[in-house]
Structure formats: C-alpha cells, structure tokens
Write a protein that binds this ligand. Structure first.
Ligand SMILES: Nc1ncnc2c1ncn2[C@@H]1O[C@H](COP(=O)(O)OP(=O)(O)OP(=O)(O)O)[C@@H](O)[C@H]1O
Length: 305
C-alpha cells in the first residue's frame, strides 16, 4: 500500500506537485494519468525516496520507503528503462542488483523468463531496443518479488504485442495481491489496464475514481437528435437552457438534457423525430476536459496541443 498525503514538490518557482493525496491499494492496478509535465514522474520519485518532498508525506507499507531495510523486496520500480550501463549483459546487470540486495542468483533466471528475455540474457544491454530495455527494467523491478510496484510509462516504446503483454503482466501482479501504480499520459491506454485512476493536472489531483465511475459519472453526455424541423426544435431546446449545436441534415447535438426530456419536449410541440441517440464522450475527451485548465502548455487558442 502506498499512501500519499498532502505531497508537494517545488522546483524554484514551479510547483510540480501540489498538495497531492491518494492511496494505492493492494490487489488493484492504479493508473496514474496526466498530460506531459503534470508531475507524475516527480511524484513517483518522491514515493521511492529519490526526491525529497517540499511538503507532505509519502509512506509505503506504513513507513518511509527510503528507510526500508530491504528496498527491492518491498518496492519494485521502473523509472527510466535506459538508465542502465549499456556495456553490461542483461544477466550481469540483474545479477549485480540481486547480489547487492541479498537476492539469490536463481531469481535472475526466473525474472528473465517472466519478461521474455531468457534468450537475450547474454546480450549487452546497449544493443537492446527500447521495448527490450523496458522488459529488462520490469525484470529488475520484479527481482525482489515485492508487494508494491511502481512503473513510469512502461508501454513507451512497446509494440502492440508488448503492450498486450504488459497489460496482462500488470493485471496478473495485482491479481496476486500486489499494489501496482502505473503512469501514462494516455488515459485510454490506462483505462484498458487499470481498475482505478488517479488523474493529475499541473501537479494537482483532478480525479480519483474507478475507471467505471469516471466514465459513468464524469463524462459529459450529449444526445444526437435528427428532425425535419431542426430550427424550431433548436429554439425550443435552447429556451429550456439546453446547449444545442446544429449539424448538417437536421441533426442537433444537445447537451444538458437527456433523451427522455428532449423526446417529451418534441412530442409536446408535435415535432417529429427521426433519431434520438444518447452519446457518451470518450474517455480521452473527458481527460482533455479534466486537465484542460491545467495542461502545462496552453496554446494561444487556449487548448492543450
Ligand atoms: N529536476 C527538476 N528541476 C526543475 N523542474 C523540474 C525537475 N523535474 C521536473 N520538473 C518540472 O516539474 C514538472 C513536472 O514534471 P514531471 O516530469 O514530474 O511530469 P510528468 O507528469 O512525469 O511528465 P511527462 O509525462 O512529460 O514525463 C514539469 O514542469 C517539469 O518541468
């Protein structure tokens, strides 16, 4: 279990992480999503004791991780897959980590098998593709068989097969009762892998909910209506406070009213309807909505690039 309470990190004038509070529970994949620069990596570094908070606290299994007597057995982390000595062979890299953490040699072969790198274990890491480097980073994270795992953008550089593999791996690790925190700047990717989502914007928490809750309760809904008397219906809908966006062929996209209310209003005025379709905004649209005001880079039009 990871508990983050009021966590804050300032770099000079920049507040990279701002009063963040959330919990990463065992048995669950918790997705950590936010646009570039939202503060995901900085938060993960503080969880791992690699950066000191400017305020607030973070604990892993009830205590500060930096004080853990056996860090690799407690938390496994993948932060930067390329931060490995390129001249080393994959096996030797893992063996070195294992030996300095009191982990038996046979565990090295085990984790190489788990991540599908057994055949490449004697190759020098510098010759690895980014996808292979990610797998090696995951092998290192799993080495101590920890109950808590932290992965920063693990699907970066992976091909579709690798992405499917990593989703299965995360779910499997959570299924074994581990707490898994995994970041991505793609919310749709997160929604396929995670059970629970923490969404960050400009260092602040903008959502903390299950994927299902987030989709159901927060997604702005609209209704697509088609009628031969679209101008009249648009006027009547707008008069009740609905937002109406006309499209071609008598189509209106209506916000702020549900399909039953629109159908009832149309019937009351004998306006025929050819179509009345509730539509749910995609998770990616929701993500843009949630983080729009907080994206690090805002263009002149006021939208994130
Ligand atoms: N060492 C540092 N010194 C100064 N500013 C930093 C430092 N590390 C991060 N920042 C700033 O803190 C903010 C958050 O960065 P962070 O890397 O945590 O975001 P992120 O959500 O992980 O983004 P990305 O998806 O791009 O990795 C950014 O504005 C970044 O420029």
């Amino acid at each position: 279990m990871i508990e983050v309470r009021g966590l804050t990190k300032r770099f000079g004038g920049i507040t990279a992480v701002d009063e963040l509070t959330f919990t990463v529970r065992p048995g669950v994949v918790t997705g950590f999503a936010g646009p570039n620069g939202a503060g995901k990596t900085t938060t993960m570094r503080m969880i791992l004791g690699l950066a000191a908070p400017s305020g607030g606290t973070v604990s892993v299994n009830g205590r500060r991780y930096a004080g853990s007597p056996a860090p690799m057995r407690e938390v496994g982390a993948l932060l930067d897959a390329r931060a490995v000595h390129g001249g080393r062979r994959a096996f030797d890299h893992l063996l070195c980590l294992a030996q300095s953490n009191g982990i038996p040699r046979r565990r090295v072969d085990e984790v190489l098998g788990l991540v599908g790198l057994a055949a490449a274990s004697r190759r020098r890491v510098g010759t690895f593709s980014l996808g292979m480097a990610q797998r090696l980073g995951i092998a290192a994270a799993l080495l101590g068989d920890p109950g808590v795992l932290v992965f920063d953008e693990p699907v970066n550089g992976l091909d579709p097969e690798g992405i499917t593999w990593i989703r299965g791996l995360m779910r499997g690790l959570a299924g074994e009762g581990r707490a898994v925190l995994v970041s991505s700047h793609l919310l749709t990717e997160m929604a396929l892998t995670a059970d629970h989502l923490i969404v960050l914007g400009r260092g602040r928490l903008v959502a903390d909910a299950s994927v299902e809750e987030l989709t159901r309760s927060r997604a702005p809904r609209t209704v697509r209506v088609r009628t031969p008397r679209s101008e009249e219906l648009a006027r009547r809908l707008a008069a009740t406070g609905a937002t109406v966006r006309p499209e071609n062929d008598g189509v209106l996209i209506v916000g702020g009213m549900d399909a039953a209310e629109i159908g009832t209003l149309a019937a009351a005025h004998e306006v025929p309807l050819y179509e009345l379709t509730p539509r749910q905004a995609s998770l990616e649209t929701l993500f843009m909505e949630l983080t729009r005001d907080s994206a690090e880079y805002v263009t002149a039009e006021g939208t994130a690039p």
